[in-house]
Write a protein that binds this ligand. Structure first.
Ligand SMILES: [Zn+2]
Length: 192
């Protein structure tokens, strides 16, 4: 999770304003803390991670007040879909162009087609970081839950960024990276 956070930041797959990573492992859900970008520049240490009991969702390690507002979205996805092992939320710059335009991200590269299985939808616009947004995102992933054993599933959040749910962090990160390349190709193609 720590390496993935650094890579996400270094590869401009998220900005200093946000993003969060979570992983479910051995009955626990680990989440990255608030201000991971703003204060820590994604140079996290193992002690920065917050661990919750998968069943009770109680914090068992670290400070519960360090949970981000967006953690609710992560926890809701884990609760709704037992096969999810990792959730990523990020603000990738080219994907954000699509998210701000509230447009779905169509397929422009073979790799994106392979990893995403088709276009990436933009969920309905509701107030940012609201419980309604978490509900919108959770139900989007719930409706596509049968795909998750096969491949990572992603969604764009209007004016905000991307959320990916996958069986593990490798799959989630690979889709994030490929979605960003695909978004860049889609945009630059319009210049030709
Ligand atoms: Zn965000």
């Amino acid at each position: 999770m720590i390496n993935t956070g650094r890579l996400m930041f270094d590869r401009q797959l998220t900005d200093a304003g946000g993003g969060n990573i979570s992983v479910r492992h051995n009955g626990l859900i680990y989440v990255t803390p608030m201000m991971a970008g703003e204060k820590l520049r994604w140079q996290l240490q193992p002690d920065d991670l917050i661990a919750l009991d998968e069943n009770t969702l109680e914090v068992v390690e670290n400070d519960p007040t360090m949970m981000t507002r967006e953690s609710m979205m992560h926890l809701g996805i884990y609760e709704a879909i037992p096969g999810v092992g990792a959730v990523l939320h990020a603000h990738p710059r080219y994907c954000l162009v699509y998210a701000a335009a509230k447009k779905r991200l169509d397929v422009y590269t073979e790799n994106f087609e392979y990893f995403a299985g088709g276009p990436m939808e933009c969920v309905k616009e509701v107030a940012g970081t609201s419980p309604e947004l978490a509900k919108e995102v959770i139900s989007y992933f719930y409706n596509r839950r049968n795909e998750i054993p096969e491949r990572a599933v992603g969604a764009l959040i209007p004016n905000h960024g991307i959320v990916i749910a996958a069986k593990d962090l490798d799959e989630a990160f690979t889709l994030l990276d490929n979605a960003e390349v695909n978004a860049m190709v889609g945009l630059f193609q319009k210049l030709l």
